[in-house]
Ligand binder design. Structure first.
Ligand code: SF4
Length: 128
């Protein structure tokens, strides 16, 4: 039997959850004040996901780096591949806040989007 503890981040209360796992399956979840904590714990054990936030190189822009994030959380297990992918990714300016940088990021079905606008050098865009 394995016991794991983590904080539910589904609401500001931040319940400290304790999950007992046996043979890869959840036996018991405790510490949650509501049912969302159960869902959170199940997702953390069976399919943990995180929103990726990072920066990528931008060519011809007023900044050298473009801040990006995944529109929704992606599987935690893809984070290493994601960072390697972003290391080589280059985007051309201009880019507007919310623009899709990669539509199907690492075949997750989730888009990678820009989290700020970056104008082209010597040519300001409306959204800056
Ligand atoms: S278990 Fe419920 S009350 Fe506790 S942090 Fe999660 S969502 Fe909030």
């Amino acid at each position: 039997m394995e016991t794991r503890t983590f904080t539910c981040i589904s609401c500001p209360i931040g319940c400290r959850l304790t999950v007992e796992i046996e043979d890869g399956k959840i036996n018991e979840i405790s510490g949650n004040k509501c049912a969302r904590g159960v869902t959170y714990a199940e997702n953390e054990i069976y399919n943990p996901k995180r929103t990726l936030t990072s920066t990528v190189r931008i060519i011809g822009g007023t900044l050298e780096q473009l801040p990006v994030r995944t529109r929704e959380p992606i599987p935690k297990g893809k984070m290493k591949d994601a960072m390697l992918y972003l290391k080589d990714l280059k985007v051309e300016a201009p880019v507007a806040l919310g623009d899709v940088v990669v539509s199907d990021f690492l075949e997750t079905g989730i888009a990678l989007i820009a989290t700020r606008s970056v104008d082209k050098k010597d040519q300001l865009t409306k959204n800056s």
